[in-house]
Design a protein around this ligand. Structure first.
Ligand code: FPP
Length: 253
């Protein structure tokens, strides 16, 4: 087993062209459960187990930032039973992994309107953020009550307030200024965006930040997306040529 893992990891060129930031849409938990005749929440529980495995594969590859879409601003519309179960799972996941984060010096961050989550979730999240804020070996970012459009609305309100309070000059508003008002302030843009389960859309996830991200779609459901699948996605990324609007010849110069 281990030998196979090592071969896969060795295929990655760690000296060049590594994604610094990988963002994942963890999709397919419900279908994974349905195909096994289990309740949807069992798919989420199995999916939550992949978080640690993928974080560990990411740090081994040298990926510095991993952002996971755990709960979207639209997910509140799911049946109450499922929303409650997801909140419970969030608390359990944080409790279970807190010591691991600290031991491995992983910084924990969130994006999204986290203040609107149940207060006992907020307390756990804030505590772990505080405990890990000075770590820099890797950063795990959970997107919770996150949606790009909601993020933009909150950013615009703050920009307008700061312009009215003369803290910023409207004439000098450019992309770096706007970007500093987003939840992802000080986090580099994702280089690679992965969506599992065969769906091919971005679903209001990091829409501005992923402007130049390489997109990778796989049919594998999130509960089946483990270490090998992550390495496969990074290898595919390393084969791509990112041109940022330039030509291939220009890149060679
Ligand atoms: C999408 O699958 C997944 C989610 C909406 C939640 C993701 C949650 C986890 C991976 C578990 C960990 C949870 C937390 C909160 C840390 P889906 O339910 O849309 O699957 P389907 O498209 O097959 O129905």
């Amino acid at each position: 087993m281990y030998e196979f893992y090592n071969v896969a990891m060795n295929d990655i060129d760690k000296s060049a062209n590594l994604p610094r930031h990988v963002a994942i849409i963890m999709d397919g938990n419900g279908r994974w459960a349905k195909e096994r005749g289990k309740p949807r929440i069992d798919g989420h529980i199995e999916g939550s187990k992949r978080i640690r495995e993928v974080l560990s594969a990411a740090s081994e590859c040298g990926v510095k930032y991993l952002t996971l879409y755990a709960f979207s601003s639209e997910n509140w519309n799911r049946p109450k039973e499922e929303v409650d179960a997801l909140m419970e799972l969030l608390k359990n996941t944080i409790r279970e992994h807190s010591e691991d984060f600290i031991k491995n010096k992983v910084r924990f961050r969130t994006i999204g309107n986290v203040g609107k989550l149940p207060s006992n979730c907020v307390e756990l999240l804030e505590k772990l953020k505080e405990q890990t804020k000075n770590f820099d070996s890797a950063t795990l970012i959970l997107a919770l009550n996150y949606g790009s459009r909601d993020e933009i609305c909150r950013a615009v309100k703050n920009i307008i307030q700061d312009a009215a309070g003369k803290k910023i000059d409207p004439e000098k508003i450019d992309w770096p200024v706007i970007s500093s008002y987003l939840d992802t302030d000080a986090i580099p843009d994702p280089d690679l965006m992965i969506r599992t389960s065969g769906e091919m859309r971005l679903s209001n996830y990091l829409m501005m930040q992923a402007a130049y991200a390489e997109l990778y779609f796989t049919k594998t459901y999130w509960p089946d997306f483990g270490r090998d699948e992550f390495i496969k996605a990074v290898k595919e990324y390393q084969r791509r040529e990112r041109r940022y609007g330039l030509t291939t010849d220009q890149l060679k110069k």
